[in-house]
Design a protein around this ligand. Structure first.
Ligand code: MLT
Length: 409
């Protein structure tokens, strides 16, 4: 009989957002009349930018003509999109990359989850806590996390707490870590790192031969000038960091699926016998074996995001969600709650009142206000005592949710 990858058996029963979806379905079944407002999973609600829609319609029409039809594309992404990314996201910030360092994919979730395929299972992993659950779960699946302990921590993961006490700025690890995941603007806390703070991390990685896996899926939401949009704005990062980007939150592509990963040529990892190998070549090998590329239609849609109209339209989308965030933040503060994030990110990290547990407050918001949030504890032990609210709802829903809370809290 075939045997199982035992590491899967030590995972918590459900992926966080699946667990929430199930609880919400049960609630809906029991309360069919409830007008639920979903501020849980960070899923966008505005339609796609017109420029992307038109580009995808045109690309779909090309696929229907013999003269312009395309079959398999390059696994790493079409040149037109890789160049648009370089010129649109990096060149204006003075970052020089080559198209071969960009790998187009179906999103940052897949890439952050899959990247571990090319990294040894004996690496010691450092995670900020709370953290996007994909990093912890995918390392557990690979056998890098050890055992899940009763306090919700994995035995072989080094946790870097981000709490109100340290202004959500993780301290450098005291023990050896080989791989560190950083996500800024942060999911779930909505907080950021300044240039100086990020430089500390790059210096740490260079000094300790560690690898930084930097998730910048929310960079388009940055409003303040001292917050880096890319880790490659930081001196030395090209030698120690991989960066993940996504069109999901920038351009409403959660249902279309497109993202990309930057793997600079200089980033290396070591072999068992102490040689150094290029991560870029390994990721290329992994992608060309296991991935057949993002669809041509999708990549044309993503390319259009960089056109002048695309930029204007995505700017409007982001402005809309940040308008929600601004309103939510001020209303939650007026309710007397302690609130973080929402300034450079579409997430608000809210301290639960009266020492209420995360899941308890999740239940209370659902039961009494018909509002769905995400319990902070689902993102890691340091998330206990918080919930996350997303600003990706419709304006009407955000206004209504805040009005309900103002009235009832
Ligand atoms: C979230 O709610 O954290 C995100 O939607 C998850 C994701 O992007 O996969």
């Amino acid at each position: 009989m075939a045997s199982v990858n035992e590491h899967f058996l030590s995972l918590p029963g459900n992926y966080l957002f699946r667990e929430i979806a199930q609880r919400v379905e049960h609630f809906k079944a029991a309360h069919p009349g409830a007008q639920l407002i979903r501020l849980g999973i960070g899923d966008v609600t505005r339609p796609l930018p017109r420029a992307a829609v038109e580009a995808m319609q045109k690309a779909a029409a090309e696929m229907g003509e013999a003269s312009t039809f395309r079959g398999y594309g390059p696994e790493q992404g079409y040149g037109f999109l890789r160049r648009a990314i370089l010129e649109g996201d990096f060149a204006p910030r003075g970052i020089g990359l080559s198209p071969d360092e960009i790998f187009v994919s179906d999103g940052a979730k897949s890439d952050t989850g899959n990247f571990g395929d090319i990294l040894g299972t004996d690496n010691r992993v450092g995670l900020t806590d709370p953290v996007y659950p994909v990093y912890a779960d995918s390392n557990a699946m690979a056998g890098r996390a050890g055992e899940l302990q009763p306090d919700g921590r994995w035995s072989r993961i080094t946790y870097l707490p981000c709490t109100a006490e340290n202004q959500f700025i993780p301290a450098l690890p005291r023990e050896r870590v080989d791989i560190v995941y950083l996500c800024y603007p942060n999911n779930p806390t909505g907080t950021t790192l300044s240039r100086t703070e990020l430089q500390r991390w790059v210096d740490y990685a260079l000094a300790h031969d560690a690898l930084i896996l930097y998730d910048a899926a929310y960079e388009a939401y940055i409003r303040e000038p001292d917050v880096p949009h890319s880790i490659y704005e930081i001196e030395g990062a090209r030698r120690c960091a991989v960066e993940f980007r996504s069109f999901s939150k920038t351009a409403g592509f959660t249902g279309v699926r497109c993202g990309y990963t930057v793997v600079p040529e200089e980033v290396e990892v070591s072999t068992a016998d102490g040689k150094r190998v290029s991560l870029n070549h390994l990721w290329n090998r992994r992608q060309s074996t296991k991935f057949n590329g993002t669809s041509y239609i999708t990549q044309r849609g993503a390319e259009a995001v960089y056109s002048p109209e695309g930029r204007r339209q995505t700017g409007e989308l982001i402005g809309y969600y940040m308008g929600n965030a601004h309103h939510m933040r001020s209303e939650l503060l007026r309710c007397g709650l302690e609130v973080y994030g929402g300034t450079n990110a579409p997430y608000l990290w809210v301290k639960t009142p009266d020492g209420c547990g995360s899941w308890e407050f999740f239940d209370r918001l659902l039961r009494d206000f018909h509002i769905v949030c995400t319990p902070g504890a689902g993102f890691g032990p340091s998330g206990e005592g918080y919930v996350r609210l997303t600003a990706f709802g419709t304006r009407e829903d955000c206004l209504e949710a805040m009005a309900r809370l103002r009235k009832g809290l």
